[in-house]
Design a protein around this ligand. Structure first.
Ligand SMILES: Cc1cc2nc3c(=O)[nH]c(=O)nc-3n(C[C@H](O)[C@H](O)[C@H](O)COP(=O)(O)OP(=O)(O)OC[C@H]3O[C@@H](n4cnc5c(N)ncnc54)[C@H](O)[C@@H]3O)c2cc1C
Length: 411
């Protein structure tokens, strides 16, 4: 069996496996391709049956079943720095977007407000609703776009280039609000991530790098889909930047070392499914798994929902064994607060929860916990602690620091 064939088989089966073991297997299977092969071929979208030119690791990285540091480290063990540099740079885009959003929190608040406003418009404006539903259901008549809409819903994954083309067609050809497209992605992608997703959509629309838009072109789609699609004459020829009235200021990063004291309970969420590595020394009196979807309350696609549920359930199994404690599961923060009070906890310790729906929920619960004398201590991974301070402007600023960042991470 050739490398490509074996890689394809891996991909078909691993997406069904939201476990750390499956993620590590996927990483190992990809390593031989993570050097120059990735650098040369990563931009081609060969279709859902062949993902051998990219890692497809994002669902595992998103839930931190496998960490970014592990992916970068293993790649640099197998490849020279020059060969693996592109892959390493791509992995750090995730940290860049997370760090940037963390320092521009109003972008997330504004996105949520706009999305719910647009829900109202959709209820009132039949023409807008019709265009929106036509796009979601893949009935626009633009073959590539319709294919990607279906692929997203059916597989929970899209190649990076397809995500860029899709977002560009959504905004500039179909003239739909970018927030609704971002919401469609967030709800269906297994790797659905408030930072990478919201900021990538904003980048395409000309809001992230002010005035710089991304225009999908037929010739580019034809070239990088190996001729599978050729939407000649169907796409907008220009991409005028979208405007917004809101200003998003840079807020200081606050990443204090958490203070752990008294009776400690461990909180698991889908944001970090590798707690035994983050808290090796911890002896919690109990563990609570908060089973809320990392994408929020809006209807999540079945692939995305299944992956997140499976990822948390894998973390629950490993935690129960590592910390020798049973795990209590609950789907809301009221149950979390009751659990903490009943056990007389002083501290709930959890992996740092970045900006997004889970963070929103915890923030809302914080007041009630503090009233009961319970504090939430969030431990940040070194990968984020070291990278995020460089994510204040464009990605280039962080990229320039990569040698130092890698050194600080001991890679
Ligand atoms: C409109 C749009 C929406 C997106 N939404 C998401 C999202 O919700 N969640 C998400 O994880 N990624 C998102 N991305 C980024 C990127 O498309 C995916 O991370 C990547 O396609 C995942 O596939 P892969 O694991 O095979 O990537 P590979 O090419 O193998 O890259 C390896 C890893 O690097 C990271 N990475 C690579 N490219 C990017 C990027 N541009 N931005 C951030 N991280 C990157 C991912 O962790 C990825 O798993 C979006 C991109 C666009 C254009």
């Amino acid at each position: 069996m050739s490398l490509q064939q074996s890689s394809k088989l891996q991909q078909a089966s691993v997406f069904q496996s939201p476990t750390r073991r499956a993620g590590l297997n996927q990483l190992e299977a990809f390593l031989p391709n993570s050097g120059l092969h990735y650098a040369s071929w990563r931009n081609s979208d060969l279709g859902p049956d062949d993902r051998s030119n990219v890692s497809v690791l994002s669902p595992w990285l998103r839930h931190r079943l496998v960490t970014e540091t592990e992916a970068v480290k293993r790649s640099l063990e197998e490849q020279s720095f020059d060969a693996a540099e592109k892959f390493v740079q791509e992995v750090f885009w995730r940290a860049y977007f997370k760090g940037w959003l963390e320092q521009h929190p109003s972008v997330w608040t504004n996105y949520k407000q706009q999305t719910s406003l647009l829900d109202n418009f959709l209820a009132e404006d039949q023409a807008l609703r019709c265009r929106y539903e036509t796009a979601l259901e893949g009935r626009t008549g633009i073959d590539c776009f319709d294919h990607w809409a279906m692929e997203l819903v059916e597989t929970g994954y899209l190649h990076n280039h397809a995500r860029m083309w899709f977002a560009s067609i959504w905004v500039f050809t179909l003239k739909l609000p970018w927030e609704l497209g971002a919401d469609f992605f967030l709800r269906h992608l297994m790797d659905g991530d408030p930072a990478s997703n919201t900021l990538s959509w904003r980048w395409v629309a000309g809001l992230h790098t002010k005035g710089k838009t991304y225009l999908a072109r037929s010739s580019n789609i034809e070239k990088f889909t190996n001729g599978r699609f050729k939407p000649v004459g169907q796409l907008s020829a220009k991409a005028e930047p979208v405007h917004e009235s809101a200003e998003h200021s840079l807020e200081p990063l606050e990443l204090p070392e958490p203070e752990l004291f008294g009776r400690i309970g461990l909180l698991l969420t889908g944001e970090d499914c590798f707690p035994e590595q983050l808290f090796p020394e911890l002896e919690p009196v109990s563990i609570f798994a908060l089973t809320v979807d990392i994408r929020g309350d809006r209807a999540t696609g079945s692939c995305a929902e299944t992956f997140t549920k499976g990822a948390l359930s894998d973390a629950v199994k490993r935690s129960a064994s590592h910390f020798s404690q049973d795990v209590v599961e609950g789907s809301d923060t009221e149950t979390l607060c009751e659990w903490a009070r009943d056990l007389g906890l002083d501290t709930i310790v959890t992996a740092y929860v970045p900006i997004g729906p889970v963070g929103d929920r915890l923030e809302a619960a914080q007041a009630s916990l503090v009233e009961s004398g319970i504090s939430i201590a969030k431990r940040i991974r070194d990968h984020d602690r070291v990278s995020w301070p460089h994510a204040t402007k464009g990605y280039f600023k962080l990229k320039k620091q990569l040698p130092d960042i890698l050194q600080e991470l001991g890679i």
